[in-house]
Design a protein around this ligand. Sequence first.
Ligand code: SAM
Length: 315
Amino acid sequence: TDHLKPEVTLPRYIRINTLISTTTAVIQLFQNDDYDMLQYSKDISFKEFVDLVAELKEKQFVEDAHIPELLVFAPGTDLHNHPLYKNGSIIFQDKASCLPALLLKPPPGSIVIDACAAPGNKTTHLATIMENDGTIYGIDRDSSRLSTMKVLITRAGASCITLLNKDFLKIMPTSQRFSGVEYILLDPSCSGSGIANRLDHLTDSDKPSPERLTKLSSFQLQALKHALSFPKLKRLVYSTCSIYDQENELVVQAALKEYAGRFRLASVLHEWKCRGKNLFSDAENCLRASPKETATNGFFVAVFDAVCSVDAPDF
Ligand code: SAM
């Protein structure tokens, strides 16, 4: 029965919401509360850091070595009743799922689409990176997930987000409202097979059927191609919490083929040692994550950069 199955225990990751507080203030509050912040060398290797967080004991924490403004606590640390959570200063967010907004990095003032946004952890992360300056269209076709998102956005103090209850595939890239979009985050529905406790329990009956995987990956590719068709797009991040090539590298490969010469995969975060599977050239520019290799849920990220326009420069 379920409760007898072993659980994967991941560290508890906490993103500091710099729209409400600061890293220094949050660390200070935890230390005042008898939490012990462990120190480590600046040259710590990727693997050494992953091993260090896997060994965290109750009441210990560290600053993450790869994602700014992220703290790592021991598995099972429950901070849901903590005042810092209630006032929006901290957000529970797995380390791997902090990668998309970090890598999209829209500067303050940008016009951004988060195409499959609810419940919005990545959207509020984008808002902190943009310092609440600019516009993020948070699009989702599920109205009840958007209602939850509205509450979370308000708590996070993110004021630059416009929520739209729409099908992203029906958003017109050339319309007046969206033609200026330069950055898109696309985190579409997926099998969810990377979520640790599910991954641990992936028995044959839990596995998505071949038909479901085909349906998901064809939606993912359609959404990705649609996103790449926005006329002013500079950068796009595609992510899933799936472990399957069919939803990850293979979707990226098919989109790149269609957009050859217009978009290429950016080579990002070299210190991240868990890379895309070598299924096509440049696939190692993608990032993967897993409980074993990164002490996170299973995750996948690809960053598309527009190839510089060959249009004559404006003089
Ligand atoms: N990015 C979210 C976050 O970090 O909190 C999680 C997004 S979840 C993986 C995928 C979302 O895509 C779901 O909320 C689902 O309702 C939405 N979705 C699926 N198909 C869509 C479509 N055609 N247009 C807009 N949203 C869609």
